[in-house]
Write a protein that binds this ligand. Structure first.
Ligand SMILES: [Fe+2]
Ligand SMILES: [Fe+2]
Length: 153
């Protein structure tokens, strides 16, 4: 058997693990939003806490990706992935802004208008965008690393 480039499953595994962590954090936010009962100050605090945890993690995750690592490596291995990688990385600021808006909308206490349904809906759409984003990253990494493995032989 030919030797296998061991960074392939390791890197892909790391990326997938990171994305799973993010998915779990997004899931906690969703659970906090959908918990039964009226949107009491306690529930609002719980949702905000989970949103802030997600925001911190996501900020670090994006910074890490932008510093190089698996996306850059995939691009180096398979140069035609460059434009896909550039457009993926270019989505980061918009995703962070979208999440910041959800957080801001819940932080504002207007007294009469209920920000809850709108914020929950805005979060759902953020989660959809985020899922699509991570899916395209996984695809790029898989393609980058698999193609390189194919070329080694
Ligand atoms: Fe990303
Ligand atoms: Fe990512």
């Amino acid at each position: 058997m030919a030797s296998i480039d061991r960074s392939d499953p390791v890197i892909l595994g790391h990326v997938l693990a990171e994305h799973r962590d993010l998915f779990n954090l997004m899931h906690s936010v969703e659970s906090a939003f959908t918990a039964a009962g009226p949107p009491t100050p306690e529930r609002r605090a719980r949702v905000l806490e989970s949103l802030h945890m997600l925001r911190d993690h996501l900020g670090d995750h994006f910074t890490q990706e932008e510093r190089g690592g698996f996306l850059e490596e995939a691009m180096t291995r398979v140069p035609r992935l460059s434009s896909a990688v550039r457009s993926i990385v270019a989505q980061h600021p918009a995703l962070l802004t979208e999440l910041d808006h959800v957080i801001e909308s819940l932080g504002i206490v207007t007294g009469e208008a209920d920000p809850w349904p709108r914020a929950a809906h805005a979060f759902e759409s953020f989660a959809d965008h985020m899922t699509a984003h991570e899916r395209s990253e996984n695809a790029v990494v898989q393609e980058g690393y698999n193609e390189d493995l194919g070329l080694v032989e």
